[in-house]
Design a protein around this ligand. Structure first.
Ligand code: LLP
Length: 425
């Protein structure tokens, strides 16, 4: 959504609702969904951005939902997703996890939430309480891939999924409890690499064929990449689909039955549909380096600090009411937190980097693009900073979709025992 929204609209929103402010564009989300229409089921990995209003857009566009916690299951139910299967035999919500905490297990059992199981212990825990429960097996094929080591979800260093050599054991346990195996799921990480993808597809077909698993569906997981840098290209969705469709067709031929192909994207649906706008609050020179300090920190957008992720930054001059493009200078962009890693321009080793950006003054704005995925959903209250507001642009239905947290919200669960001598009454 680079500079898709006019600078004057952003200035107006920033002035009306305070910065930092998340802004999403509903039409961009709908457009991203349409790009995946060849898949039988698009299941949104809501961890990318779980605001109820974003989930509502997904539901209106016939997208299903993935949940990775009790909170996410409840959000999906709040918005009207059903745990039950629809007329196509597809569950509205699938819970994906490697562990059940006790509260989630009880809820999953009581509400028959279809579960994508990532450990053998989960199968025992679910099977003993809920024989016949619908499950997927999440397989760790023994290798993975990710835009950072922290987003690689396959191989021996990943805690995710059932190890590929233990699928036979897992299947025995599903028989023991009469669990209904819906399908096999593989998500090896975020970021597409086609040679890798081919390996994943082969792993999927080998797993299903070698173990003779009568699946209704297979899931390609998520991980479709998006271009964060201006020189990066969009993922070739057709190529991606063709590889998975080939795998599905092979299985259909082998088992002479129709098999549903699901995909489970997070960032692909929302990353480019969101931005974070922040106000410049200070500029300073430190030796040879020039710093611009804004009012957003890694409490808002943690991806640069956590993974060294690149988010394109543009500057808006309040005086001109326009995006600034001139007087470029090498700049380090940092936030307000009392923590030296609170820098938006750094690499994956945590080394501070400079970026060519237009000169800005206090009161101008910096916009962090493509931050609709894993932006607001990964925000925290570090340094007792409130969660920022979220705004949805959607024609005449544009509105604030999450209010800025107040100080009262922030401390509402803290229990204060006031010593008698301090109690003035
Ligand atoms: N399905 C499963 C089982 C997953 O674990 C994930 C992401 C997805 C789908 C969605 O992946 P996506 O399509 O969004 O790449 N916080 C990181 C990403 C970690 C994602 C973990 N799992 C980031 O900011 O890049």
């Amino acid at each position: 959504m680079i500079n898709k929204i006019s600078a004057s609209s952003l200035i107006e929103l920033a002035k009306n609702y305070q910065t930092p402010l998340w802004i999403y564009d509903a039409e961009s989300i709908r457009g991203n969904i349409r790009k995946l229409n060849q898949f039988d089921v698009v299941r949104y990995a809501q961890k990318a951005c779980s605001n109820l209003n974003i989930l509502k857009i997904m539901k209106e566009c016939n997208v299903y939902v993935d949940a990775v916690s009790l909170g996410e299951i409840k959000r999906a139910i709040d918005i009207g997703f059903s745990p039950k299967c629809d007329k196509h035999g597809v569950a509205g919500i699938v819970f994906t996890a490697d562990v059940f905490d006790r509260e989630t297990l009880s809820f999953v059992v009581a509400n028959l939430i279809e579960t994508n199981v990532g450990s053998i212990d989960m199968l025992h825990q679910l099977g003993s309480l809920s024989p016949g429960h619908r499950v997927w097996l999440r397989v760790n094929p023994g290798f993975g891939h990710g835009h950072s080591n922290k987003t690689n979800t396959g191989g021996i260093n990943s805690k995710h999924g059932i190890w590929h050599e233990q699928i036979a054991d897992a299947l025995k346990i599903t028989c023991q409890y009469n669990l209904h195996v819906v399908g096999i799921h593989m998500h090896i990480g975020s970021g597409v690499d086609y040679s890798h993808l081919k390996r994943v597809c082969d792993s999927m077909t080998n797993c299903v064929i070698n173990h003779q698993i009568k699946v209704e569906a297979i899931s390609a997981g998520g991980g479709l990449s998006v271009p964060y840098r201006p020189d990066e290209t969009e993922v070739d969705v057709k190529n991606y689909y063709d590889l998975w469709n080939f795998a599905r067709n092979k299985l259909e031929d082998k088992f002479s039955t129709a098999i549903r192909l699901e995909i489970e994207p997070g960032r692909f649906l929302v990353a480019n549909a969101g931005l974070l706008i922040s106000e410049v609050r200070a500029t300073k020179n430190m030796g040879e380096k020039h710093f611009t300090l804004v009012d957003a920190g890694f409490n808002d957008l943690i991806r640069p600090s956590l993974y060294g992720s690149y988010h394109h930054i543009s500057a808006i001059s309040t005086e001109a009411g326009e995006y600034s493009l001139s007087k470029m200078q090498k700049t380090v962009v940092a936030g307000p937190l009392c923590e030296s890693g609170d820098v938006f321009t750094q690499n994956s080793e945590g080394i501070v980097e400079e970026r060519e950006l237009p000169a800005v003054n206090v009161g101008d704005y910096l916009v962090f693009h493509d931050s609709g995925a894993y932006g607001a959903s990964m925000s925290s209250n570090y340094n007792s900073r409130p969660l920022s507001a979220e705004y949805l642009l959607d024609g005449d239905k544009s509105k604030i979709i999450r209010k800025r947290q107040t100080h009262a919200d922030l401390i509402s669960n803290e229990i204060m025992v006031i010593p008698p001598q301090m109690n003035s009454s």
